[in-house]
Design a protein around this ligand. Structure first.
Ligand SMILES: *Cc1c(COP(=O)(O)O)cnc(C)c1O
Length: 503
């Protein structure tokens, strides 16, 4: 490795025929890349699911500076195989059952390719009319599939937008709600604003609330219990809100869940909306994972009451075959988002925007520039149709049910919380052992480590109300029944090994 100066030679570099986007070169190299990716997917089971590398493993393998001279694609590919893949936790492995698996598909991949190829920076309508209008079409399509009321659709009085993450969806709706209330009560009362979620609401709610300037002392986390399946109790919410109002505070926002991250608990939307409506609060539904299932009639009941809320979000990157990142947000009053987030610098002024006849998505999100995000979802919806998307959800649920059956049939194990979607929360709890919760927790921690260290499957855990449990989430696109069967066998092998050491 020479220094930059030593390599510099006017006559040989820079090369005069350097063309970073030569169509024929792109064709050749992109084909090679597609082959590389297809081979990766084909061989994905040959890698340990959870990466086994140690922190800092990569620093010592690569030079400290970028290369001065170009390197060949072949060399780069070989480094990916040698240095990158071993450092990957393979989320797309059929043996990945941790967190919520990230579902992907060929159509999603093609949509991503096309979206990337245009590199349209559609901050407003004029910057990319097709990007804006396709997003509006796709958001209405998906709203229809979910049987959301017209009040959330462009064909009605609302509308939808694709955000990157749930966190951003919560942040922008919080800011819209905040500005509406501040315009009524005055900036001097900002510190009195209170937001509510349950103790099962995703941790990003606290973060988004802080970003929105909510006083950290006024972020409520209403307790839930095992008896109510960890869903938010409307009576409990009313009690908390009532006490805040009595204390001179101003309830602003309620974040409800359809499918909590720990255990996929579902909050009773209708009754919670009743409470929130009494106090003029903005109600958001975070259905990041569970929302996708609601395209199937048998799950749609979980959205009962959605007509009473103000905003709703779900992330197709979690369960609807779309690559990261893709979070769909619908709002009843887009005008409130725009009022809170619009900007109007001279360099973006244009006739369509001024005529108020178009949607400028920059006013619905945090950033300005945005990708042509809807292409991915559009390809998924068109290539598979509603029928196959429903099949996909049902097949995951069927496999999760099968796993649940395995757990129930083994007296050494127990189901900890009821399964609602394709996540099974369970733990090892043999009757031969004392029911001391610390012992059970450490046994299950050891079991999880044992499973993940084999590299043959990957699970994750959670702890709710002091109950430590393992999470088995079916959803990786490549998972088939045989993988679920093999994972259960692995889990029981691990349990036997561990129990042997105890007695
Ligand atoms: C995954 C998840 C989130 C976090 O989503 P991001 O898009 O990563 O911000 C939020 N809420 C729920 C219920 C989730 O499952």
């Amino acid at each position: 490795m020479g220094s930059l100066d030593m390599n510099y030679n006017e006559s040989s570099y820079p090369c005069r025929d350097f063309k970073p986007l030569d169509p024929e070169e792109l064709r050749k190299q992109a084909h090679q890349m597609v082959d590389f990716i297809a081979d990766y997917y084909k061989n994905i089971e040959s890698y340990p699911v959870l990466s086994q590398v140690q922190p800092g493993y990569l620093r010592t393998r690569f030079p400290q500076t970028a290369p001065y001279r170009p390197e060949s694609l072949e060399t780069i590919f070989s480094d990916v195989a040698k240095d990158i893949i071993p450092g990957m936790t393979h989320w797309l492995s059929p043996n990945f059952f941790a967190f919520f698996p990230a579902t992907v598909s060929t159509a999603g991949f093609l949509g991503e390719m096309l979206s990337t190829s245009f590199n349209s920076v559609g901050f407003n309508w004029l910057a990319s009319p097709a990007a804006t209008e396709l997003e509006m079409v796709v958001m209405d399509w998906l709203a229809n599939m979910l049987k959301l009321p017209k009040s959330f659709m462009f064909s009605g009085t609302g509308g939808g937008v694709i955000q990157s993450t749930t966190s951003e969806s919560i942040l922008v709706t919080l800011i819209a709600a905040r500005d509406r209330v501040v315009s009524e009560v005055g900036m001097e009362n900002m510190q009195k604003i209170v937001v509510n979620g349950s103790d099962q609401t995703h941790s990003m709610f606290t973060k988004s609330s802080k970003l929105a300037g909510i006083n950290p002392c006024n972020i409520r986390s209403v307790p839930t219990s095992r008896e109510t399946g960890f869903s938010l109790c409307p009576l409990m919410l009313r009690r908390v809100v009532k006490a805040d109002v009595a204390g001179g505070l101003i309830p602003l926002y309620l974040c409800t869940n359809v499918g909590t991250t720990s255990t996929t608990a579902v909050d009773p939307l209708e009754q919670l909306a009743n409470v929130a409506n009494d106090y003029g609060m903005w109600v958001h539904v975070d259905a990041a994972y569970g929302g996708s299932a609601c395209i199937c009639p048998e799950f749609r009941q979980y959205l009962n009451g959605v007509e009473r809320v103000d905003s709703f979000s779900l992330s197709p990157h979690k369960w609807l075959l779309s690559y990261l990142d893709c979070c769909c947000l619908w709002v009843k009053q887009p005008g409130l988002l725009v009022k809170a987030l619009s900007t109007n610098p001279e360099y973006l002024k244009n006739k369509p925007s001024e005529s108020d006849s178009v949607v400028d998505y920059k006013d619905w999100q945090v950033g300005t520039g945005r990708k042509f995000q809807s292409l991915r979802l559009w390809l998924v919806l068109r290539s598979y149709g509603i029928a196959n998307l429903q099949n996909h959800i049902r097949s995951d649920v069927r496999m999760a049910k099968m796993f649940e059956g395995f757990v129930k049939s083994d007296p050494r194990f127990e189901i900890v919380t009821p399964r609602r979607f394709a996540l099974v929360c369970f733990r090892l709890n043999p009757s031969t052992l004392s029911s001391n919760s610390e012992i059970i927790e450490s046994l299950n921690r050891n079991l999880l480590d044992w499973i993940n260290s084999t590299g043959q499957a990957c699970l994750s855990h959670t702890k709710v109300s002091g109950l430590y449990m393992l999470r088995f989430a079916v959803g990786a696109t490549l998972t088939e029944e045989c993988h679920v069967v093999a994972a259960w066998k692995l889990i029981t092998n691990g349990a036997e090994e561990l129990l042997k050491t105890i007695v």
